[in-house]
Design a protein around this ligand. Structure first.
Ligand code: UDP
Ligand code: MG
Length: 316
């Protein structure tokens, strides 16, 4: 049976490009279904993430004309990640696999065919990986490179140069739903779910119309959210800093005592500097220690699944 595919497309103020995106995606799905690669029941779902322009109106029009087009309207702007979740979870168990793709045609839609092919070969997750970012500005390339490198160093399991252009199958989607953290960083969570994964490489294209909805400020918030959702390394740094600080304080203390015994000090200096050095060192260790526990609480509160079963055999 040909596979049922759902494309999930988050849209925030995309009126300038939506028609074009839709005609390309629609034509591409038609091609795939004509070739028998996907079922004719495959659909495209646009998630309107609280757009302030005519985006929703356009989605309604498109959907009225074409049964292949579905729409979801969020009550306000919830952000790219949440828009993706809304699109995916609303159609759980209705399709065999799901591809999330941006509305701006920066992700090469021709890679979808490659994703579907990998899915047929047994992959449950297929990451779209940009192997050429020449279309991006120098700053975007540089910041993206730094972002992935820092993430990896801090132990966040991101796939290098992969954003949210990916295919997941229905089983992965069901497991993904169990991750109910509010600050969801999808591209970090998916690799932790496991299952057989593959990559498809593509060239990152330029936005064909409209402008980026990710200004620097949003990008920084996004990156910071990614780090703090996964890594307790920053807290560990505080603890280590405290320990080093403490040893430095002991050295300062010794120096102060020796100076005092040699009579090289003015009155009151020793009694100020000594406790100051000692307490600043021990304070920082205490903060680091508390941080360790806060980190543990944080991991517990997220309540992520402790294991995920892919298959069971035998038995009833
Ligand atoms: N987007 C969204 N909600 C937001 C911001 C962006 O749904 O609050 C959508 C946007 O319409 C696009 C995708 O997320 O389809 C990626 O955004 P954009 O292209 O602006 O990001 P960039 O490619 O510049 O990183
Ligand atoms: Mg974009």
């Amino acid at each position: 049976m040909p596979i049922r595919l759902l494309l999930v497309v988050p849209c925030y103020n995309e009126e300038e490009i939506l028609q074009l995106t839709n005609s390309r995606l629609n034509a591409y799905l038609q091609e795939l279904s004509d070739a028998g690669e996907i079922s004719t029941e495959s659909k495209i779902c646009y998630v309107n993430d609280g757009s302030k322009d005519k985006t929703w109106h356009l989605i309604e029009e498109l959907s009225a004309k074409n049964p292949r087009i579905l729409g979801i309207k969020l009550s306000k702007n919830f952000g790219h990640q949440n828009a993706l979740l809304a699109g995916l979870f609303s159609f759980k168990d209705e399709y065999d696999c799901y591809v999330t793709i941006d509305a701006d045609l920066q992700d090469d839609i021709n890679a979808i065919g490659g994703m579907v092919a990998k899915y047929k070969e047994g992959a449950a997750v297929v990451y779209g990986v940009r192997d050429d970012r020449s279309a991006d500005s120098f700053f975007k390339r540089f910041s993206a490179e730094a972002f992935y490198k820092i993430m990896q160093k801090l132990g966040v399991p991101v796939v290098f140069n992969h954003a949210d252009f990916r295919l997941i199958d229905n089983q992965v989607l069901n497991e993904f739903e169990k991750y109910n953290e509010v600050n969801m960083f999808i591209r970090g969570v998916i690799p932790t779910i496991g299952f057989h994964s593959e990559k498809v490489y593509y060239k990152r294209l330029e936005r064909e119309a409209g402008e980026s909805k990710y200004p620097l400020k949003k990008m920084v918030v996004f990156a910071w959210n990614g780090i703090t959702s996964f890594s307790t390394v920053p807290m560990k740094i505080v603890l280590w800093f405290g320990i080093i600080n403490f040893f430095v304080a002991v050295a300062i203390g010794l120096y102060v005592l020796i100076s005092k015994s040699l009579g090289h000090t003015v009155a009151g200096w020793t009694s100020i500097v000594l406790p100051m050095a000692f307490f600043s060192g021990s304070n920082m260790i205490a903060i680091g220690l508390i941080g360790e526990y806060v980190g543990k609480i944080y991991q517990e509160v997220k309540g992520r699944p402790r294991y995920i079963i892919e298959k069971k055999i035998g038995g009833k």
